[in-house]
Design a binder for this molecule. Structure first.
Ligand code: 13P
Ligand code: ZN
Length: 273
């Protein structure tokens, strides 16, 4: 078992919460095969006296100056959420970006290494998001990507390929959505996954929203806490489900009125002030 994990109760808590959320992603049917990935910035929880000389280093295609020397817990590429739930340390990794921010150390020593895998293929998006968060001095630490069925289905509708149309559905189907997701979602039109090209618009969208939908693919969400970040995805899925239930029952859902939405917005403002 990894020494970093063993010596720190706070990190152990993070690892167990990632495992808990992985179980929810699987139970919801959002995590076919290796679908989805999670990263958590654990830098504040790490003992910085760790000697790095035994750890392998892997070059990154881009420099992340704001993340230089920072530590993350990241799910492994090709790993299943259902396996992560049972056995998080065999399906996710600790990494540390090097001092230049252009490579990462895998924080398992070669001698002990039973981690025959690398971080998620969506690492460019995860690191880009953490970099944007750090640069802006924001508090989010968690990034979750999943293939939520209802959200992917919505983006298959040409009439719904905009943040405006999607948010009208999310906010209109249930009052809780405006309360917990007041910034609404951003929308990224289809781009090849795992690339820098999809990372850029996703990062830009997350400057204004906490959730971004990827057309015909899934969702990225950020938050301060692992479970809350999952909850926000779950909340917009609830709205999407209600919309589909109404459609399947053969009627057009009415949605909350502009007045009702404004009323909720004022409530959220009051709550946050
Ligand atoms: P990884 O297995 O590389 O994390 O990829 C899963 C995924 O959802 C890609 O978008
Ligand atoms: Zn994906």
């Amino acid at each position: 078992m990894d020494k970093i994990f063993e010596c720190n109760e706070e990190i152990k808590k993070i690892v167990l919460q990632v495992a808990e959320v992985a179980q929810y992603l699987w139970q919801n049917g959002w995590a076919e095969r290796n679908a989805g990935n999670i990263s958590v910035n654990i830098d504040a929880l790490i003992n910085k006296n760790l000697s790095l000389e035994n750890f392998s280093v892997f070059k990154l295609p881009k420099i992340y100056p704001e993340l230089a020397g920072k530590y993350f817990f990241v799910t492994g590429t090709g790993k299943r959420m259902r396996d992560l739930a049972r056995s998080p340390l065999n399906n996710a990794l600790f990494i540390r970006l090097n001092d230049a921010g252009d490579a990462y150390h895998l924080l398992v020593s070669n001698a002990e290494n039973n981690y025959k895998f690398r971080p998620t293929s969506e690492l460019p998006t995860h690191l880009g998001i953490h970099q944007m968060i750090n640069k802006a001095g924001r508090k989010e630490k968690v990034v979750i990507h999943t293939h939520a069925n209802e959200l992917v289905a919505l983006t298959q509708n040409p009439a719904l390929k905009s943040a405006e149309a999607l948010n009208r559905i999310f906010w209109g189907m249930h009052p809780e959505t405006m309360v917990f997701v007041p910034k609404g979602v951003g929308f990224v039109p289809y781009i090849l996954p795992g690339t820098q090209e999809i990372a850029e618009p996703t990062i830009n969208m997350l400057k204004q929203h906490d959730i971004v939908l990827w057309e015909k693919h899934g969702v990225f969400a950020i938050g301060e806490e692992i479970l809350d970040t999952f909850d926000n995805i779950d909340i917009i899925c609830k709205s999407a489900k209600i919309w589909f239930i109404c459609k399947q029952a053969g009627f057009e859902p009415e949605g909350l009125t502009d007045f009702q939405l404004d009323e909720l917005k004022s409530l959220v403002k009051k709550f946050n002030s």
